[in-house]
Design a protein around this ligand. Structure first.
Ligand SMILES: Cc1cc2nc3c(=O)[nH]c(=O)nc-3n(C[C@H](O)[C@H](O)[C@H](O)COP(=O)(O)OP(=O)(O)OC[C@H]3O[C@@H](n4cnc5c(N)ncnc54)[C@H](O)[C@@H]3O)c2cc1C
Length: 434
């Protein structure tokens, strides 16, 4: 690809690489900064079906299959051992594939990067240094040293900078963009194991388990199981001093994890992540825009992270760049297009937060218990059973990212949680405890 480089993307995670590749497909050249210092393991291993649509668009699904595990759905094990199992439907839903993948993240990120490189994107191995902008058209800019380090830029500052630095939120910190944080403040420890039972109903199903305090994930990968625990920071301290001690002690003390992992062998170091929710006060300004976690991130229980990161890149591409690079010289039009992107992203965040809360506060499990009782009482083909099937279909669509923002699905769920739950244990008994 020839021509000047108009866009500099800071951060080569899923958001940055997806955007770089999509821009290249439009003939817009970009440069991506990243220091390439990736740890051996990264969270973000369980994907949603809509990520597969994006893989197809980027023509990388076949290569992804060589290292990924097919994922047919997700299961939830409640405190009392009851299960909620959701499987993606037998046929594609609204053009979206009816399956997803679990992936070793570093390999998945490398694949996205390779694809972007194949499309002509220039990668620069260094952390980008940024400073407040020196003109009204540029709220933030690359430092002179950083600019000079990329020969392809010929000393010319790019027209647009993209913050895809994930939770580092580098731009927001330089120019002082505030944020709103959610109420949880957990820590997550995870590692890969061999000979650890996932308790899946179908091969590849990811399983979320309510712990005595906090929750855990078990994500099957080829030949391994990713096991993570997400607990309040105070709880973590009760389980030892190091991440290794804490992860092992929590597994050993849990009634579902301990027997499932009794023969386990840990085959990687234990990684630590803080877990919280955050949304920036704004996602763009003169000469810059944010993508992925740099704008906002949701709790990981339902695995929306990579989808949101890649979809934010897709939205930027669709709303701002569908007619090519000319918009980069029309700041008012560009700002209007970005407004549209962030209105849509905020709606996504709201929809995910609403759904995740039903799992945290126990109402989803109470609804399921009520559904089981109804079908036991009325039989397979009676109206309550048909209603339950209809509801399950819509919850699966909400969880899969296919129709998470659907007003009908959200209202149906809200109505059911309010009016169809009786004669079962109170929701608090199923809630995730801090
Ligand atoms: C505990 C936990 C579990 C999770 N589980 C899942 C899951 O199962 N499924 C899922 O989909 N999501 C999950 N997520 C969320 C997922 O990891 C993120 O949403 C996703 O990684 C966001 O992608 P991104 O591209 O926005 O940012 P990142 O993946 O964080 O990428 C940002 C990149 O920017 C680089 N960078 C930072 N500063 C600079 C700089 N100054 N210059 C150059 N480069 C820089 C970093 O090195 C990094 O490579 C989980 C998150 C947590 C905390």
């Amino acid at each position: 690809m020839n021509g000047t480089i108009d866009v500099a993307i800071v951060g080569s995670g899923p958001a940055g690489c997806t955007l770089a590749a999509l821009l290249a497909l439009r003939g817009i050249r970009s440069v991506v900064f990243d220091d390439d210092k990736r740890p051996e393991l990264l969270v973000g291993e369980s994907l949603l079906p809509r990520v597969v649509s994006l893989m197809r668009r980027l023509d990388i699904e076949d290569r992804n299959k060589t290292f990924a595990q097919h994922k047919p759905g997700v299961g939830f094990i409640a405190r009392d051992g009851s299960r909620l199992d959701f499987f993606f439907p037998h046929t594609p839903i609204g053009g979206v594939p009816n399956y997803a993948y679990n992936v070793p993240r570093p390999q998945f990120d490398n694949l996205l990067r390779t694809r972007a490189e194949e499309l002509g994107v220039v990668f620069v191995k260094r952390r980008a240094e940024l400073e407040k902008g020196s003109t009204p058209e540029r709220e933030i800019q690359l430092s002179a040293d950083c600019l000079a380090s990329v020969p392809e830029l010929n000393g010319r500052h790019p027209k647009l900078l993209v913050d895809s630095t994930g939770r580092a939120r580098v731009f927001a910190k330089v120019i002082g963009v505030g944020s709103k944080r959610g109420k949880r403040n957990d820590v997550a420890y995870f590692a890969h194991f061999e000979d650890f039972d996932v308790q899946a109903k179908r091969e590849g199903q990811a399983v979320i388990t309510t712990l005595s305090r906090g929750w855990s994930w078990r994500i099957p990968l080829p030949g391994r199981l990713s096991v993570g625990v997400v607990v309040d920071k105070a709880v973590a301290k009760e389980h030892g001093d190091t991440p290794e001690e804490r992860l092992e002690s929590i597994i050993n003390s849990e009634k579902f994890l301990a027997p499932a992992g009794k023969n386990r062998r840990r085959v990687t170091p234990v990684m630590t992540y803080t877990n919280y929710q955050l949304i920036s006060e704004r996602g763009h300004g003169p000469g810059w825009v944010a993508a992925g976690d740099a704008f906002g991130f949701v709790d990981p229980m339902l695995s929306p992270g990579l989808f949101m990161a890649m979809h934010s890149a897709d939205l930027l591409d669709q709303h701002a760049f569908s007619k090519g690079a000319a918009i980069l010289d029309q700041p008012a039009k560009l700002a209007k297009a970005f407004d549209k992107v962030f209105a849509e992203l905020l709606d996504w965040h709201e929809a995910w937060s609403e759904l995740i809360e039903y799992f945290y506060d126990g109402r989803m499990y109470a609804l399921h218990a009520a559904g089981v009782q109804l079908s036991e009482k009325w039989g397979e083909n009676a109206l309550p059973r048909l209603m339950e099937r209809h509801l399950t279909k819509h919850i699966t669509r909400l969880l899969s990212g296919v129709a998470t923002r659907s007003r009908y699905g959200r209202n149906l769920l809200k109505f059911s949680l309010k009016h169809l739950v009786w004669d079962v244990e109170p929701a608090e008994n199923f809630a995730i405890r801090a």
